[in-house]
Design a protein around this ligand. Structure first.
Ligand code: HT9
Ligand code: FE2
Length: 338
């Protein structure tokens, strides 16, 4: 029997994306405030959104996830409001919390549309919530689910997707697991513990586990996409496009691009992989098959509900394992906004 007690609502906290051409610039300003992203990169990213009519697919994909989560909860006898609140575009986290509080919520459980620990994928979401609570003065308790990349549901969904993509690719296929690049300093601060590097290390473990679960016994590697920031600042590499060119030069003809770093098909997937990396591959004569993201696959949705239920059980004091909130040194510090 699934119970989310004592929580009475679920917040899906996400990055946000523009919902029309007029939203692109203000969204990009929100996303980059105080972060030292060069203007040229902003213009470039704005052009990616323009290719899609100024609308990011992230809003629709998150709406589907909310619907699937609510349906899975209902199937398990739990009827609670589930809403999206974003960091960089409407509805903001504060809007979502106001809506939940107006509906009578007192204790909210939040889960992020990012599976991995890092400043961008975890700590900043927790800070968004703290800031929204401070700004609204709402009488709400909001607790959060810890990064779930290594949970059975997320691994199973990605393994299913890899199996499908690999089946559609040619012999001798090389699997490129892809995630968002981040600055090396952000990875070093992703903790836990002084050694840091949790972000890249977790991705390597997930990649190995997804390959194993899919029964893939060929060659695979972890590569990165969507680098930004000034060129003198080092970010995780190699870039997916650079790697496709190198592989082509060494005789590889088929690659599967498996975006294990992303939970659904937002702009980084539909532009950086399906548009840009696909163009690179076709330019150098490599066949590219893109594996699906976890999206609303039943294994993923049901795994997320398990993660929500496990967090609630800990709050009720029913779980012996002390995990349940990120520790103080965890996921790095968010950079101050100017
Ligand atoms: C780890 C990570 C995730 C995955 C975890 C998570 O989901 O949170 C992620 C997701 C996303 N990133 C997104 C968009 C952007 N990210 C940017 C900038 C940055 N991302 C970073 C990291 C990540 N980003 C970093 C270190 C920066 C540099 C500035 C900074 O330190 O913050 C910029 C500014 C321009 C540029 O630099 O490209 C944009 C527009 C969208 C929305 C897509 C849509 O609209 O569909 C999504 C889901
Ligand atoms: Fe990003």
């Amino acid at each position: 029997m699934t119970s989310l007690a004592p929580y009475d609502a679920v917040l899906v906290a996400s990055y946000g994306g523009p919902d029309g051409p007029d939203a692109v610039l203000p969204f990009l300003r929100n996303a980059t405030a105080g972060r030292g992203i060069p203007d040229a990169r902003l213009a470039e990213v704005g052009a990616h959104y323009a290719l899609f009519g100024g609308v990011s697919p992230i809003n629709d994909r998150n709406a589907e996830l909310v619907e699937a989560l609510a349906a899975e909860l209902a199937a398990r006898g739990v009827r609670l409001p589930v809403v999206v609140g974003n960091r960089n575009w409407r509805p903001y986290v504060a809007d979502a919390l106001v809506e939940l509080a107006d509906g009578g919520a007192k204790r909210v459980l939040a889960v992020f549309t990012s599976a991995y620990g890092s400043s961008s994928g975890c700590r900043q979401y927790r800070e968004d919530i703290e800031r929204a609570l401070a700004a609204t003065g709402l009488d709400l308790v909001v607790d959060t689910v810890t990064p779930y990349a290594e949970s059975a549901g997320f691994l199973a969904a990605n393994a299913e997707a890899l199996g499908e993509a690999w089946g559609a690719a040619g012999d001798g296929v090389r699997v490129l697991f892809v995630t968002h690049s981040i600055p090396l300093g952000m990875d070093a601060a992703s903790g836990p513990g002084p050694e840091g590097l949790r972000y890249a290390a977790t991705h390597r473990r997930v990649a190995g586990e997804v390959a194993r679960l899919a029964g893939f016994d060929g060659d695979w590697e972890l590569v990165f996409c969507s680098r930004s920031g000034p060129p003198q600042v080092p970010w995780l590499a190699p870039d997916v496009n650079d790697r496709i060119r190198e592989l082509a030069a060494s005789g590889v003809t088929d690659v599967v691009v498996a975006p294990i770093g992303f939970v659904n098909d937002h702009m980084e997937v539909v532009y950086d992989l399906d548009t840009e990396a696909a163009a690179t591959a076709s330019e150098v004569g490599v066949r590219l098959v893109r594996a699906a993201t976890a999206g609303v696959r039943p294994a993923f949705v049901s795994g997320l509900v398990d993660a929500l239920a496990a967090r609630a059980a800990r709050t009720r004091g029913e779980a012996s394992d002390p995990e349940g909130r990120c520790g103080d040194g965890c996921c790095g510090t968010g950079r101050p906004r100017t």
